[in-house]
Design a protein. Structure first.
Length: 327
């Protein structure tokens, strides 16, 4: 056989016949309630094995591409360590060290990267950019944070709540602070998982219901806004917040410091919450700004479990996107 024939009879440039349709996780509402419940159970199983030092190599020979257009500590470490623990490997790209920073179209980047890797995680600015990448990707794409959403973080937060307190359905979560990517994602989670969300933001920084486009399947009562953060926290089972200035909004920092001064989660807010209320923050945190040190470093805070759980839920997520439900 000639070399030419060997090449032309090689691997076709289309996906194999019978391959399952590619699924992406671009926002929390891309998955159904059942799928989210499965991910929670699977993450618990994977975490238990990890803690027992048991090998769990479900993604041997699979490669994750991670693309960062914004900074990260937790997202990078959790995806990278998680993929290695599953027996796979990782390629790490940033805007600065790839052609993405030199204006190669996102569509072209998606076509190329998704021919050489099996799954892609992207942290970028506009959700629309992530969607354009996904539309041209042959492999699953995961949102590692956009201006609009941070769905992997909310997976970890829900998992952490369940781990500490049991089912979250019917419970009350208070969001205090910016109506940002985290808040939008909490809105979607409340609608899908059946808990009550109370949102208190300064005027001008409200959540944009249209952006969140929270599914209404659980009824429109899944979230309510409060002018007074103390009122939002009254009786809440979980109080949570985030930075006042998200990545990409640094120019607004000074104005935000003034606008958000009354939205610092402090001991008074935790005191009116349920006696066994938890405190969460996706981190990085600014003590003395969005949260008092006594709260984030206090007994109700579960922020370190929350950070660790990013890895366990994302392992379950990558497995699910590549292999489907496993028993
Ligand atoms: N919470 C979170 O996504 O952290 P990083 O920005 O460090 O990834
Ligand atoms: N809302 C923050 C989350 C950081 C993990 C941001 O987008 O910068």
């Amino acid at each position: 056989m000639s070399t030419n024939a060997l090449i032309t009879t090689g691997i076709p440039s289309t996906l194999p016949k019978g391959a399952p349709p590619v699924r992406h996780f671009l926002q929390f509402s891309d998955f159904t309630t059942d799928e989210h419940m499965y991910l929670m159970e699977r993450a618990a199983f994977i975490k238990k094995k990890f803690k027992a030092f048991e090998k769990h190599h479900s993604l041997v020979d699979r490669t994750l591409a991670m693309i960062f257009e914004k900074a990260s500590t937790r997202t990078r470490v959790s995806f990278e360590a998680g993929m290695y623990q599953l027996g796979g490997s990782v390629v790490h790209l940033t805007t600065g060290d790839s052609q993405l920073g030199r204006a190669e179209p996102i569509e072209d980047s998606a076509k190329v990267i998704s021919r050489m890797t099996d799954i892609v995680m992207i942290r970028t600015y506009e959700q629309a950019k992530l969607e354009r990448f996904a539309a041209h990707s042959r492999v699953p794409v995961i949102n590692g944070l956009t201006n609009e959403f941070h769905p992997c973080q909310i997976l970890a937060d829900i998992f952490t709540y369940i781990e500490h307190r049991g089912p979250i359905a019917g419970k009350t979560v208070a969001w205090v602070g910016d109506g940002n990517n985290m808040a939008n994602t909490w809105l979607q989670a409340a609608a899908l998982l059946g808990f009550h969300l109370r949102v208190s933001t300064p005027s001008g920084y409200e959540v944009n219901e249209k952006t969140a486009a929270a599914p209404t399947s659980m009824g429109s009562g899944s979230y309510k806004t409060y002018e007074d953060p103390l009122q939002a926290c009254a009786g809440a089972d979980l109080v949570t917040t985030d930075v006042w200035t998200s990545m990409g909004f640094e120019a607004e920092n000074e104005a935000r410091l003034k606008a958000f001064a009354a939205w610092r989660v402090d001991r008074a807010m935790m005191a009116v919450a349920a006696p066994d209320a938890l405190f969460m923050h996706c981190l990085p945190a600014h003590r003395g700004e969005e949260v008092e040190a006594e709260v984030i470093d206090g007994p109700q805070s579960v922020v370190w479990d929350e950070a660790e759980n990013r890895m366990h839920v994302q392992k379950a997520l990558m497995e699910y996107l590549l292999l489907g439900k496993l028993s």
